[in-house]
Design a protein around this ligand. Structure first.
Ligand code: UT7
Length: 350
């Protein structure tokens, strides 16, 4: 017999663990200026970056992801997960995905494990993917890791890009819970505009280049970005995505305690905040210490802010990302009380 009782809401993905990890090697602007035609003042004033952490030779994205994943599981109070998602632009290799190896090294045998690729928007796309798996009952507890080693794809002599990017990993644990409880992620806004896919690319390494004769050039094998055009898209797309998400939730900008954007360039973050009428003090910025860490940037910024108690339980957050594709996305959440929050000594900055 059919019941008239309202069906319970689908389970929400609730953030219950968080950690960031960056490789120990710190590279200052002055060190970069020794080999590039640049200087500390240009980099600081044009990007807001003072230092970045770079992987050592031989260190791969999965190595960073395992460190962040282990700390995030600890932050969630231990226990296992049934799904591991790694979001990255710098997988260990084109095949297989990076996530299964990360899961195995974390002792998570037999779990579902796959990668999500959305360049610097990867973490927000990954959150939406995890939320969908949990809402559908496919997963109950997900480890989502954003990890990138841009130092492996950026030409070290490309002064426009070598100064911006850093390496790092950030991870969250999401469990099935109630949509109204602190830590529940959503509403979401996701989007893309592939007509501008050429603005951020690595031309070689995929089927497009391999299906034609001849070896790829040095340029084709490295990361290329048309920075000024990307900058303009980033400001408009991030602001529009943030607004669309607030509208879906019925929030006003004053309902947001902290805006946590993808850490692309401090000037971009401030422009987006200004265009949203959100005071810059409410914009979480971590780029000065770690640079642009791609898919890791939002969870690294969250981990740093949580360790500094810059974000506190009960506060309302708006996360917004933008990256190659072009892709963009936003999501809302109320900050939860974590069983074992990131600690000062585990902060991502020295
Ligand atoms: O994470 C995914 C999304 N990524 C982003 O959102 C990044 C977006 N783009 C940017 O952050 C900025 O475009 C950059 C930081 C990459 C570049 O800053 P910009 O203000 O857009 O500089 P520009 O490319 O317009 O160049 C201005 C000048 C040029 O010199 P001229 O032609 O005016 O003489 C460049 O050659 O600055 C020069 N320049 C530099 N000078 C010193 C470019 N890079 C450097 C450098 N040091 N590192």
């Amino acid at each position: 017999m059919l019941s008239d009782a309202p069906s319970p809401p689908a389970p929400a993905a609730v953030l219950c663990g968080l950690a960031g990890w960056v490789p120990p090697r710190v590279v200052t602007n002055d060190e970069l200026a020794e080999r590039l035609d640049t200087d500390d003042t240009w980099i600081r004033t044009r990007t807001g970056i003072r230092t970045r952490h770079l992987a050592d030779p031989g260190q791969a994205t999965s190595d960073l992801a395992v460190e962040a994943g282990r700390l995030a599981l600890r932050s969630a109070g231990g226990g296992s997960v049934d799904t591991v998602i790694v979001t990255t632009t710098t997988p260990d290799r084109p095949c297989p995905a990076t996530a299964p190896g990360v899961a195995a090294r974390l002792g998570l045998d037999g779990v579902a494990a796959f990668d999500v690729g959305a360049v610097c928007t990867g973490f927000v796309y990954g959150l939406a993917t995890a939320a969908g798996l949990i809402a559908a009952g496919v997963a109950r507890r997900v480890l989502l890791i954003g990890a990138d080693t841009y130092s492996t794809i950026v030409d070290p002599l490309d002064r426009a890009n070598a100064i911006i990017f850093g390496d790092g990993a950030g991870a969250v644990v999401l469990r099935a819970g109630h949509p109204d409880e602190p830590g529940a992620v959503g509403h979401f806004d996701l989007g893309s505009d592939g007509a501008h896919e050429e603005l951020i690319t690595i031309a070689a390494g995929g089927s497009r280049q391999r299906s034609r004769p001849g070896e790829p050039t040095w340029e084709e094998r490295h990361f290329a970005m048309r920075g000024t055009e990307v900058y303009r898209h980033a400001v408009t797309r991030m602001a529009a995505s943030a607004r669309a998400t607030l509208d879906k939730a019925g929030w006003k900008i004053d309902d947001v305690d902290h805006f946590v954007p993808h850490q692309a360039n401090l000037r971009i973050l401030h422009s987006v905040a200004d265009s949203l009428d959100l005071s810059r003090e409410r914009c979480v910025a971590h780029i000065d210490a770690v640079g642009n860490t791609g898919a890791a940037s939002i969870p690294l910024a969250l981990a740093d802010a949580a360790a500094r108690q810059r974000i506190r339980p009960g506060e309302r957050l708006l996360l917004t990302a933008f990256g190659g594709g072009l892709t963009w996305g936003s999501c809302l959440l109320t900050w939860p009380s974590l069983p074992d929050p990131p600690r000062q000594e585990e902060r991502t900055t020295p």
